[in-house]
Design a protein around this ligand. Structure first.
Ligand code: DGT
Ligand code: MG
Length: 539
């Protein structure tokens, strides 16, 4: 018989706040929030109890809660480091390292193999397992080789909450596997709390989507099991927009298709469209999803509404596939401004590369081959398409004999600015709202990583200095500006950054913060929509 996987989803509670509390335990007792660019990106649960909301505008929150303590969270390095540390720690407990990382604060653990092994042990004990039987204690083994490593748990009760409040009819087959999964989830969360000091919310079910949604149903510092027989009931009351991976555009497309089809008959109120999973399932069918979203996405999203998610846990590699840093603006119109922003972004990019691509000895684990610059013209709006240009990445970024400042100078003058010239082409006037610098195409470093010259010697490396000159010459005279300036840190480059009253939420994340529901590929969230279009065209 085909057995369902057992998946655990973990989400760190008030993550940025927990990291801040880790460094400053005094914060635990007071209501505080972490801000980024005029937005409260998160707040601790003490603040939430008072009514402070995640993603509230800072000005609004302070108007309402003048005593709220604000911590600046613009520097992501501590959150990134903590995220990595927790990921490695959890991964060490899961056989085969089957752990997928989503953004900074979510993990999916495929613990199927561990459950199978322990179920076999349980079967050998010939313990009768009807739900009515008294609790029997079972030693769950965390190691195949060492029978003393593990923990004791009851096999006839569930650890944590039940997603729909009901127990399944029996504790056999997949149900028993999830019962054991709930105890394993509890053990892993306790280890993380005891040894690392972080609380988390956990979900246990048969796939990633159900586990993630179960976990989100009881927070903070709790866990929830969703048995397959209750999955549809559980999902039906949700708005389809709350199903992970269904974005606002897909939701709007689905609702447009449904309500066009039914000629607006089922509106409960003028203009209001019932977007619950229950309603959508009953008013639509798979064909309508496919017609409006394309074959693959239509298929997948329809399945999701029925609790079916075939995308397995894709273990996240140690090294990211790309690293990118970006910033958004109301309007950026001069080369001097662009130059300054690129300097600032380059510092952050280098920091990220040092954190993510170097080992603890300072040796490079991987070498990005390509530099990519992206922007978004103001004319296309904040959510419009990006345009990008790439070039080979100057090998000076790997140099240990140059300081950060001179590497940044070199990068900006010989790589980013020439790419920017290519991006704007002949335009005499430009007006952009976003700049993103990225290093992509990361190759694993050769075993002896110190010999960078020989590594790059084999590759055709473009002479960026020459390129720079060529592109400067191509620029209109007014834009041939050679900017020389000292880096003074991120406070310097303020050009109409989004005002507090702007609702654009900037969420700079790891390079693989989203997974495609069709092929499971990880990518940055901004790439997801284009990627979905790629599937649709392919179909
Ligand atoms: P939780 O999970 O409800 O207990 O609270 P958090 O704070 O862990 O929230 P979560 O899991 O949605 O996000 C993890 C961290 O990512 C959070 O601490 C701050 C950051 N974050 C999440 N969403 C946004 C966003 O829209 N903008 C910005 N700037 N940061 C965000
Ligand atoms: Mg969280």
């Amino acid at each position: 018989m085909l057995r369902s996987p057992v998946i655990i989803a973990l989400d760190w509670d008030a993550f940025y706040c927990s990291v801040e509390e880790h460094f400053n335990p005094e914060l635990k007792k007071i209501a505080f929030a972490v801000k980024q660019k005029g937005i409260i990106c998160t707040c601790n649960y003490v603040a939430r109890a008072l009514g402070v909301k995640k993603l509230q505008l800072l000005v609004d929150a302070l108007k309402q809660f003048p005593d709220l303590v604000i911590v600046n969270g613009e520097d992501l390095s501590r959150y990134r480091d903590a995220s990595k540390e927790l990921w490695y720690f959890a991964r060490d407990m899961v056989w085969g390292g089957k752990v997928e990382r989503l953004g900074f604060d979510e993990l999916f653990l495929d613990v199927t193999e561990m459950i199978d092994f322990n179920i076999a042990l349980l079967d050998n004990l010939h313990v009768p397992r009807a739900s009515s039987l008294p609790v029997s204690s079972f030693f769950f083994r965390m190691s195949k080789d060492d029978p003393s490593v593990g923990f004791s748990c009851p096999v006839s009760s569930v650890a944590g909450n039940l997603a729909t409040g009901s127990l399944p009819g029996d504790f056999m087959g997949d149900n028993l596997r999830l019962v054991l999964g709930s105890h394993l989830c509890h053990y892993i969360r306790s280890q993380i709390l005891d040894l690392k000091g972080y609380t988390s919310s956990g979900g246990v079910s048969v796939n990633k989507t159900l586990a993630k949604m179960a976990g989100a149903s009881h927070k903070p510092n709790q866990q929830t099991v969703l048995f397959p027989e209750f999955a549809q009931d559980f999902l039906d009351s949700y708005d389809i927009g709350r199903i992970p991976w269904i974005g606002h555009k897909s939701k709007a497309t689905i609702l447009d298709a449904i309500y066009k089809k039914t000629d607006n008959v089922n509106h409960t109120m003028a203009g209001e469209r019932d977007a619950t999973v229950f309603n959508v399932r009953h008013m639509a069918n798979k064909q309508l999803f496919i017609n409006s979203l394309g074959q693959s996405s239509g298929d997948k999203l329809w399945d999701l509404l029925h609790g079916v998610d075939q995308t397995g846990v894709q273990p996240t590699p140690d090294m990211p596939t790309q690293i990118s840093i970006e910033d958004t603006f109301k309007s950026l119109t001069s080369l001097i401004e662009v130059h300054n922003v690129l300097r600032r972004l380059s510092y952050s990019l280098l920091d990220r590369m040092y954190i993510d691509l170097k080992d603890s000895n300072g040796d490079w684990l991987g070498h990005p081959q390509t530099a990519r610059l992206s922007t978004r013209p103001r004319s296309t709006g904040y959510y419009g398409s990006r345009i990008s240009r790439s070039d080979s990445l100057p090998s000076i970024v790997f140099s240990s004999s140059h300081g950060r400042g001179s590497i940044v100078d070199y990068l900006v003058d010989n790589c980013w600015m020439p790419l920017f010239s290519k991006l704007i082409g002949d335009a005499k006037i430009f007006d952009i709202v976003l700049l993103n610098v990225a290093v992509v195409n990361i190759e694993k470093a050769p075993a002896k990583s110190s010999d960078i010259t020989s590594f790059f010697g084999k590759k055709k490396h473009m002479d960026n200095k020459q390129l720079d000159d060529v592109h400067r010459e191509e620029l209109p005279v007014t834009k041939r500006v050679k900017v020389v300036g000292e880096y003074v840190d991120s406070e310097v480059a303020h050009f109409d950054f989004l005002d507090d009253d702007d609702e654009d939420v900037i969420f700079e994340e790891d390079s693989y913060d989203e997974s495609c529901v069709v092929c499971g590929l990880r990518m940055m969230s901004f790439a997801l929509e284009a990627h979905m279009r790629f599937h649709e065209l392919g179909d």
